[in-house]
Structure formats: structure tokens, C-alpha cells
Design a protein around this ligand. Structure first.
Ligand SMILES: NC(=O)c1ccc[n+]([C@@H]2O[C@H](COP(=O)([O-])OP(=O)(O)OC[C@H]3O[C@@H](n4cnc5c(N)ncnc54)[C@H](OP(=O)(O)O)[C@@H]3O)[C@@H](O)[C@H]2O)c1
Length: 252
């Protein structure tokens, strides 16, 4: 049903996990994807995977916390396909797990640099291109159920994800006149590299599995369809929303 033929989307952190799942969904719907991540070899693997699904894909090494790198990667990405129809600000890092009263400022800033500054920088640069292009499009920021539920020893992560939701609401208003939709995605517990430590802790995995009505963690491939949905230009009235894909975690 969703046809993304001729449309081009950047997925930051698209070389792994949830980002790769959404990138797969975009190419399976006919779109093209530019993958951003710091590790060139992981980017190349993801590009090969996306091409094996019949899509067009390229990759660029970029640390989203660096303004200089984001600006350079945006220019290179637009040159790849000659247009931009959206960006998924998905790149993120885990927190340090430090008790709040022991949290040093540099740990706080390291989480904010990727999970908040990185989202700001990538959405800003994408919006510049899309406003100039004048054809609208879709911006998506990957938040978390951590923006809804409090979690001890994870304050910086939860704060960044909550701020991302605020940024998305503000941008949905600011960019509506340009026909650019802006939504956030709140994944629940998903088996990815970022969450490996949590998943491998028997106690934590059992508690979070019981706490999730679906009684399991998600597989990244389960984000294919929502990736294509959020990219879909025919969703012309869907903006400013938090889309939860969490097995029912936040309503239980
Ligand atoms: N897994 C979960 O349970 C869960 C739940 C809620 C929300 N999320 C969110 O989902 C998003 C994707 O995470 P994931 O779980 O799929 O983890 P993942 O498989 O570890 O993927 C993280 C991605 O982000 C990239 N990345 C990390 N730091 C970066 C930086 N500074 N600049 C550019 N790219 C960077 C990584 O690539 P490089 O290392 O090559 O840079 C990788 O592609 C994150 O925003 C995360 O907070 C995850």
C-alpha cells in the first residue's frame, strides 16, 4: 500500500538495530536510503543489506554530535540522490547507569551530545534542505518510552528523550507551513546492541518482559512497517505525534 518510489530518506544510526529495521521498511516500499553512522564498515554492511532487498542505498560516516560532520554528511547525502524527502534522527547512545548523585557533568553532556544535540543538528540540516526544495516531507525523531516512565540511574537518557518530544512538537508547528510533518517514535524494549547489557541481565530482562503486555522484547525488523508509515507522503495530516511501538508497555 505504501509507495515510496522516487523518495529519499536519511536514517541516522541506520547501520544497526531499530534504524536498520526502519531503513529496510523504506526500501521495501520502494524508497532510497542514506545511512549515517560513525563506523564505515557497519554502514557498508547496511548498504549491502538494503541493496539485497532491492533498494538503492548509500552510506556516510558521521558523528551526529559534530555540527561540522553533520553539515558535511548532509551535503554529501543530497548529492547522492539529488533530493531529500525526510530524515529519521535515530542515532542514539545508552546512558552510563551511574547513580544520579554520583553523575559527573561529562557523562551528562556525553548523553546529551548524541541524544539531544545530535537530533537538533540533523533535523535542522534536513529541514534547511527540505524547505529550500519546497516539496514538504517527513522528519522523525526516535525518542523512547524512557520519555514517559521514570528510570533510576538513567536520568540523562530520559531527559534527552523527553526533550526530543518537545522539539518534535515545536517543529511540527514551525514546519507545517512548508508541508513538512514532524513526529516522534517511542520504541519499547528492543533487542539491539544498545540494549545488550539490559537484555543480558536475567533480572532486568524478566522484569521488563513481565511489565510488557506482549510479554517479550521486540525484534528490530518489527520497525520496518512503522518506518515506511512515518515516511509515507500520503499521510498528509499526521504530524506532531508520539508514535509508541512498545508491546503495550506504556499503557500497562
Ligand atoms: N533498543 C531499545 O530497547 C530502545 C528503546 C527505546 C529507544 N531506543 C532508541 O532507538 C535508537 C536506535 O537504537 P538501537 O536500540 O537500535 O541501538 P543500536 O542497534 O546500538 O543502534 C544505534 C545506532 O546509532 C549509531 N550511533 C551511535 N552514536 C552515534 C553518533 N554519535 N553519531 C552517529 N551515529 C551514532 C550507531 O552507529 P555507529 O556506532 O556506527 O555510530 C548505530 O547505528 C536510539 O535513539 C535509542 O535511544 C532504543
Amino acid at each position: 500500500m505504501i509507495d515510496l518510489t522516487g523518495k529519499v530518506f536519511i536514517v541516522t544510526g541506520g547501520n544497526s538495530g531499530i534504524g536498520l529495521g526502519m531503513a529496510e521498511g523504506i526500501v521495501m516500499a520502494g524508497g532510497s536510503v542514506v545511512v549515517w553512522g560513525r563506523r564505515e564498515e557497519k554502514n557498508a554492511e547496511a548498504v549491502a543489506q538494503l541493496k539485497s532487498l532491492g533498494g538503492q542505498a548509500t552510506g556516510h560516516a558521521c558523528d551526529v554530535s559534530s555540527e561540522e560532520q553533520v553539515i558535511a554528511a548532509m551535503q554529501a547525502s543530497v548529492e547522492d540522490f539529488g533530493r531529500l524527502d525526510g530524515l529519521f534522527a535515530n542515532a542514539g547512545r545508552a546512558g552510563f547507569g551511574t547513580k544520579f548523585i554520583d553523575t559527573p557533568l561529562d557523562e551528562w553532556r556525553a548523553v546529551m551530545a548524541v541524544n539531544l544535540d545530535g537530533v537538533f543538528l540533523t533535523l535542522r540540516e534536513a529541514a534547511k534542505v527540505m524547505v529550500e526544495q519546497g516539496e514538504g516531507g517527513s522528519l522523525v525523531a526516535v525518542s523512547s518510552t524512557s520519555a514517559v516512565h521514570g528510570a533510576a540511574n538513567n536520568e540523562a537518557y530520559g531527559t534527552a528523550k523527553t526533550a526530543v518530544n518537545g522539539l518534535v512538537r515545536a517543529l511540527a508547528v514551525a514546519l507545517a507551513r512548508h508541508k513538512i510533518r514532524v513526529n516522534s517514535l517511542l520504541p519499547g524494549w528492543t533487542i539491539t546492541d544498545l540494549a545488550t547489557n539490559a537484555y543480558e541481565s536475567d533480572v532486568f530482562r524478566e522484569v521488563t518482559t513481565k511489565r510488557t503486555p506482549a510479554r517479550r522484547w521486540a525484534d528490530p525488523a518489527e520497525f520496518r512497517e512503522v518506518g515506511a508509515f512515518l515516511a509515507d507522503p500520503s499521510q498528509t495530516f499526521h504530524t506532531g505525534q508520539e508514535v509508541c511501538v512498545d508491546g503495550g508497555y506504556t499503557i500497562f
